[in-house]
Design a protein around this ligand. Structure first.
Ligand SMILES: [Zn+2]
Length: 243
């Protein structure tokens, strides 16, 4: 028995058929989840915490289980190739199909999951802007004069009253802080391909971090200092960007 024999061809065909069935099954699982996920997103308020559980479950059910099934099946198929006396380097080509598909599935689920969180973020952003009124009036605790405050602030700030000089502590609406989560999810979507590259090798980290933090800083200029510090930490860390 040798390379190119009818038995060899039949085995390759069976293996290819199995891989394409796994791919369709994967797609099917995600397609079935699409509507329930959409519904769940429309019911979100100011955070997307519950989406983590849903996506973890879905990852297990699709990418996780199907990768495992491919792994198990490959072990058997490999044995069959060996029984046919197929040389090692020819068998390697078949093994590569399985590795490529495993990697494809992992990247695809990453893109899927990032898109879902970005959709959730858009919903949450809409909800926040619907309840936080930027023109809300704040008055001095002492004299009642109107204070100038930045409603979209992320931490308590001291505001000096222009009328009487009293220092008022302004505590911003807690929901405003959720905007940080919103823009980090939208930043993930904005640089999803750079993220996937970074995950393949940390040496590729710099373009990702620059684009990611750049996006958030543009959306939240009032947090510029904070995010610039995080960016510089990453860029000066050889674990993340290489030397
Ligand atoms: Zn005052």
């Amino acid at each position: 028995m040798s390379v190119g024999s009818p038995e060899h061809k039949a085995l390759i065909e069976r293996w290819d058929g199995f891989l394409s069935k796994i791919k369709s099954r994967y797609q099917e699982v995600l397609d079935q989840a699409a509507d329930p996920i959409k519904e769940m997103i429309s019911g979100l308020e100011y955070d997307s915490i519950i989406m983590h559980n849903v996506l973890n479950g879905l990852r297990h059910q699709s990418q996780g289980q199907l990768s495992q099934k491919m792994e198990e099946t490959w072990e058997k198929v490999e044995g069959e190739f060996e029984k046919l006396g197929i040389p090692f380097e020819t068998i390697l080509k078949e093994q590569e199909k399985h590795h490529n598909q495993t990697e494809w599935m992992r990247d695809d689920f990453e893109r899927f999951s990032i898109r879902i969180f970005a959709d959730a973020a858009r919903q949450i952003e809409k909800n926040i802007y619907a309840v936080v009124d930027p023109n809300q009036i704040h008055n001095c605790i002492s004299c009642g004069d109107q204070l100038k405050v930045e409603v979209f602030a992320f931490q308590a700030i001291n505001v000096k009253c222009g009328g009487c000089g009293t220092i008022n502590t302004y505590e911003p609406d807690g929901r405003v802080r959720q905007l940080e989560g919103v823009y980090s999810s939208l930043a993930d979507e904005f640089c999803v391909e750079e993220y996937i590259l970074k995950n393949k090798s940390n040496q590729n980290g710099a373009p990702y971090f620059k684009k990611y933090y750049g996006f958030i800083i543009e959306k939240l200029p009032q947090r510029k200092e904070h995010y610039e510090r995080l960016l510089n930490d990453k860029l000066s860390n050889p674990d993340f960007v290489g030397k």
